[in-house]
Ligand binder design. Structure first.
Ligand SMILES: NC(=O)c1ccc[n+]([C@@H]2O[C@H](COP(=O)([O-])OP(=O)(O)OC[C@H]3O[C@@H](n4cnc5c(N)ncnc54)[C@H](OP(=O)(O)O)[C@@H]3O)[C@@H](O)[C@H]2O)c1
Length: 323
């Protein structure tokens, strides 16, 4: 959608100011010019998988997709939290079709197995929304030997996306929920597992969110031949358990201005359901494509991008060298 120059300038200023764009002011103002909502019933009969949907933005995304008629599959690590989430969705929308799956995306072998079973049960998948996220307070290594934020945000989603390739092929979508925090970090292609220097959870989080931004166009390239569309987005600053528990100081200061979860999830729902052309590999916020760098500095080189891609493919074993 082409915006009038003055509107585009205001939108840009809001984005660069962070506070005007990322808080609830963003969607409240931008609603006046952003693209129209997906048509009611846009997803009737279509299956969509949302990871990390037992609470926060994932649950809000599942709710928005169910409202559009999707058959929603939600994942998380804890069965009782997932049961609660499913019950809440069904209380609000008794006719919704919601299935929950206990699936830890940071466990690469289990994620590959989950995908293998899922494509048998759901041979035609409209979209996967990679929403699961963590901010580990201390450096945590998964039983498979990967730093937890890397495994949760990058390696697991890669295994899942490629594992679902067959059922997404022919028009499916992949939506990757990243963060504006990525702007604070450059691509760490030399030490993706964060083995050097003093570990910081917020830095690990932002580094892996930067990796997601780099991964989206790489997935778009890899999956173009299968007619699978990829988009990354960031939700702004939304009031979720993740924010109040991992960043209590930030949540206190920004509290009254934080978006609600539905506002944070809006662009993920829109990207999944819109009939508008969205291209593939772009980075979105509030239904508009955004720059992947706050300013044109510290941009990753093509060599770093390819080194990162080789690391992800080799570490996960997908696609196979012949793939
Ligand atoms: N809220 C914001 O302002 C904000 C801003 C920028 C980006 N984001 C991004 O938005 C996404 C959701 O954030 P949120 O604020 O809603 O976080 P949240 O409240 O902490 O929710 C995270 C969800 O992910 C699940 N999860 C965590 N690790 C998982 C794993 N290994 N496998 C499967 N599920 C897992 C959690 O469920 P269990 O613990 O039950 O597994 C939970 O349902 C994240 O990717 C985050 O980086 C959020």
């Amino acid at each position: 959608m082409v915006l009038h120059a003055a509107t585009a300038a205001l939108d840009w200023v809001m984005d660069k100011s962070l506070v005007l764009g990322y808080t609830k002011i963003g969607p409240t103002v931008r609603r006046a010019w952003w693209p129209h909502d997906p048509v009611p019933g846009a997803l009737v009969g279509r299956h969509v998988l949302v990871t990390g949907a037992s609470g926060g933005l994932g649950l809000a995304t599942a709710r928005g997709l169910a409202r559009l008629g999707a058959v929603v599959h939600i994942t998380g690590r804890d069965a009782s939290r997932l049961d609660d989430a499913r019950s809440r969705l069904l209380e609000e929308q008794p006719l919704a079709e919601v299935t929950s799956h206990v699936a830890d995306v940071s466990d690469l072998a289990a994620t590959a197995e989950f995908a293998r079973r899922f494509v048998v049960d759901v041979p035609r998948l409209h979209a996967v929304v990679h929403n699961a996220g963590v901010m580990p307070p201390t450096r945590t290594v998964t039983p498979e030997g990967h730093e937890l934020a890397l495994a949760t945000h990058v390696l697991g989603p890669h295994v899942l996306t490629l594992g679902l390739r067959e059922s997404l092929g022919g028009g499916g979508r992949v939506v990757l929920v990243t963060s504006g925090g990525a702007y604070a970090q450059r691509l760490e292609a030399n030490d993706p597992d964060y083995t050097q220097g003093t570990y910081s959870g917020t830095a690990a989080y932002a580094r892996t969110k930067r990796m997601q931004l780099v991964l989206a166009p790489l997935w778009a390239r890899e999956l173009a031949g299968d007619d699978i569309t990829v988009a990354s987005m960031h939700p702004g600053w939304a009031d979720t358990p993740g924010v109040t528990e991992s960043l209590p100081g930030f949540a206190r200061v920004t509290g009254p201005l934080l978006r609600n979860a539905e506002q944070g999830a809006d662009t993920a729902v829109w990207l999944t359901a819109t009939g508008d052309p969205i291209g593939s590999g772009g980075f979105w916020h509030d239904r508009r494509r955004r720059s992947t760098h706050y300013a044109p500095v510290r941009v990753e080189t093509p060599g770093e991008v390819e080194r990162f891609w080789a690391f992800v493919c080799e570490t996960t074993g997908v696609p196979t060298p012949r793939g």
